[in-house]
Write a protein that binds this ligand. Structure first.
Ligand code: SF4
Ligand code: MG
Length: 335
């Protein structure tokens, strides 16, 4: 089957002014040549430290941020050619972290959910019925909640409203950017399970972004790891979790607080902050923090290559690439 999304060499650079006296125009390379697919019906998790480009990648998929270069193909149609931005918006919804800021305080919950469908021309009565059905489905009894205002709800209830509101638009793809991150652990688990059920019931596809690796592992079919605007590793969740083929993935996962006895601790933790994305390191962008870096790492950018013995699993590191000339012995150290 054809993927729902094909992203090819996406680039998004934000202009900035650098320096106080010599204000040279330059750019933050927020997303810098990112390629991946999102398969129909899957959940693709995106992880990486803050500033790695995961939120910008999400915004590119929804058309909230403009592309500087690259192709975005949604269900076979290329954005800007076969597909307008408006048509893309018809198929994609986004749920953000701050559930309060994303709701209009002057609209009741019923009006909030009915608003989008009405804008699309759905009659008031039908929009209202849809709103009540969806409230019921996300676990908020319409009789109790339809007439309330956002400030009268808890954080978990507001996020359920945001989910219902996005479903009212009948999306194919839902992007969840830190959508459960502000919730208490017990509420978070309930909302995650609700999302899993709704995905199957409504035939949805998810892109799920979180700094919480345990949450991403729980909900995702595949994981994409980003570092400084690039994809460093992508593959099925179990394979990425077990192999941690890229040294950055290994360090990121090792730094995670976990009750998982399998979480290996011999990997050195990540040191320092990511370098400035205005002026990223040459070659492999991780070389300034990588415990395995050799001279080839700063000289040449590693290609993304198949990880040995793992279906659909790829990573971009010289030590995984037999043609790059990197010494093989280093490869065993972190695997
Ligand atoms: Fe480390 Fe070199 Fe691999 Fe980059 S290419 S992750 S610096 S070993
Ligand atoms: Mg973010």
């Amino acid at each position: 089957a054809q993927p729902l999304v094909i992203a090819r060499d996406l680039k998004c650079h934000f202009p900035v002014r650098k320096g106080v006296f010599n204000r040279k125009a330059t750019a933050v390379r927020a997303v810098d040549g990112v390629s991946f697919t999102v398969e129909k019906g899957e959940t693709l998790g995106i992880v990486g430290e803050s500033g790695c480009g995961k939120s910008t990648t999400a915004r590119l998929l929804v058309g909230l941020t403009g592309l500087n270069a690259g192709d975005l193909i949604f269900d076979g149609d290329r954005l800007g050619e076969d597909l307008s931005l408006k048509e893309l918006w018809d198929g994609v919804q986004m749920v953000f972290q701050d559930s309060y800021a994303s709701l209009n305080p002057r609209l009741t919950i019923e009006e909030t959910i009915a608003f989008g469908p009405k804008m699309r021309g759905v009659a008031s009565g039908a929009a209202r019925r849809l709103s009540h059905e969806l409230l019921e489905r996300v676990g908020l009894a319409p009789g109790r909640f339809a007439g309330r205002y956002p400030h009268e709800l808890s954080g978990g209830q507001r996020q359920r409203v945001n989910i219902a509101r996005s479903l009212a638009m009948k999306p194919r793809l839902v992007i969840l950017d830190e959508a459960v991150s502000a919730l208490d652990k017990s509420v978070e688990a309930q909302v995650l399970n609700l999302l899993k059920e709704l995905k199957d019931e409504f035939g949805l596809t998810f892109v799920f972004i979180s700094h919480d690796l345990n949450v991403v592992r729980y909900i995702s079919d595949r994981i994409m790891v980003m570092y400084l605007g690039e994809v460093v590793e992508i593959g099925p969740v179990g394979s990425v979790w077990d192999k941690r083929a890229h040294p950055y993935t290994a360090a990121l996962f090792a730094a995670m607080p976990s009750m998982d006895p399998d979480n290996r601790t011999e990997v050195p933790p990540l040191l320092g902050d990511p370098p400035n994305p205005i002026d990223p390191p040459s070659g492999c962008r991780f070389h300034t923090r990588c415990p395995f870096a050799e001279s080839v790492c700063s000289a040449a950018k590693p290609k993304i290559v198949a990880v040995d013995g793992a279906q659909g699993h790829e990573a971009a590191c010289h030590m995984l690439d037999p043609v790059s000339g990197h010494s093989k012995s280093a490869g065993g150290a972190h695997l």
